[in-house]
Design a protein around this ligand. Structure first.
Ligand code: ATP
Ligand code: MG
Length: 337
């Protein structure tokens, strides 16, 4: 039986990079079926709502979605459709690989190959934890860390390491100062780590982690951490290897997983055919890993690397004069060769 994937073409450059990505996926001949559904501005225009029930139903049914960037109009009920999707499906793991690619004008065109696994549902980002006093003079933030939340994210990180042949998990924390919250996270992480004797584990305080990432990023393999630290560190890591055009992400829950590019809908270049499809393509590679097509994921990443190496038809953001389609074509030729 072939796998069906819910596909959201998205807004701005979304449809362009999605078309390129699906063409490339076709070359791998995995027999995927696609269920095209809408969200964001596209859905608003068609159905009068940003996140139609049919879209939620499709994600529930197929359990896997590939999503292009969405535009959330200001003042339309929720602050972000992406956040709303995370809540609806309890997508507790935000998984962001950062891999060096050549010719990307980045700080580290080689040597970086790491994944950050960020807890996505608790920590400092629980909405009800933020309060301002009646006189407006004092703001407080309550963080929430639970054993359950910590255990599932750390377990996810170790399972991911095992599944994808990675060797080490670094638990990033601030337990020396945030003794209760970060302390609980670290305690649970140690317990989980003990159940994975085949995967090395070390612990690192978040401030030191930032310095180490900038100085010697090659020492990291899988990083697992709480919501706020993960938010910051995952962007830092994207910056190490070339920024937005190359940064994919996955949001994973027990019942659904959504794969995407980290960047936004880039309305400034929409419709021009010059958007870099790499981030979404790398998101598709994550999806292949998730669906246990690890060999194909590797093939795809290798072909992307080769295409960037030869500077074949790369897009203007990477200094080339290619287009979304010419890059995809070069990739397809390489996958077929
Ligand atoms: P949104 O409101 O959806 O976030 P945005 O314009 O902020 O839209 P970003 O992705 O944050 O979109 O874009 C920031 C800048 O990076 C823009 O100038 C955009 O053109 C550029 N950019 C983003 N993604 C790509 C891409 N895939 N290829 C080329 N340029 C990109
Ligand atoms: Mg933006």
């Amino acid at each position: 039986m072939s796998k069906t994937i819910a596909v959201i073409r998205g807004d701005g450059i979304g449809p362009e990079i999605m078309e390129a990505t699906l063409r490339v996926l076709e070359t791998l001949q995995l027999g995927f079926q696609y269920d095209f559904v809408e969200a964001g501005l596209a859905a608003q225009e068609k159905f009068g709502e940003l996140l139609p029930q049919a879209t939620l139903d499709a994600i529930t049914k197929h359990r896997v979605a590939l999503k292009s960037p969405l535009t959330t109009p200001v003042g339309e009920g929720f602050s972000s459709i992406n956040v709303e999707l995370r809540k609806r499906f309890d997508l507790y793991a935000n998984v962001r690989p950062a891999i060096s690619f050549p010719n990307t004008r980045s700080r580290f065109p080689e040597g970086v190959d790491l994944v950050t696994v960020r807890e996505n549902t608790e920590g400092a980002y629980i909405g009800e934890g933020q309060q301002v006093s009646a006189d407006g003079e004092t703001a407080t933030l309550t963080q929430k860390v639970t054993r359950r939340g910590s255990e599932r994210i750390v377990r996810y990180a170790f399972d991911l390491a095992r599944r994808t042949g990675r060797k080490k998990v670094t638990v990033v924390h601030k337990a020396n100062i945030l003794k209760s919250t970060s302390g609980l996270f670290l305690k649970v992480a140690r317990e989980v780590a003990a159940q994975y004797p085949d995967i090395a584990c070390n612990e690192m305080i978040v401030d030191n982690t930032c310095m180490q990432l900038v100085m010697r990023p090659e020492q990291f393999d899988v990083i697992v951490t709480t919501n706020l630290f993960g938010d910051i560190i995952s962007d830092l890591c994207a910056g190490l290897v070339g920024g937005l055009g190359l940064a994919p992400g996955a949001n994973i829950g027990a019942d659904a997983a959504i794969f995407e590019a980290v960047h936004g809908s880039a309305p400034d270049i929409a419709g021009k055919g010059i958007a870099n499809p790499c981030a979404l393509l790398l998101g598709a590679a994550q999806m292949l890993d998730h669906l246990e097509f690890g060999d194909e994921a590797l093939r795809l990443r290798t072909a992307i690397r080769a295409t960037l190496t030869t500077r074949d038809r790369v897009t203007p953001d990477l200094g080339g004069n290619g287009t979304t389609d010419s890059f995809a074509d070069a990739l397809i030729e390489r996958l077929r060769a």
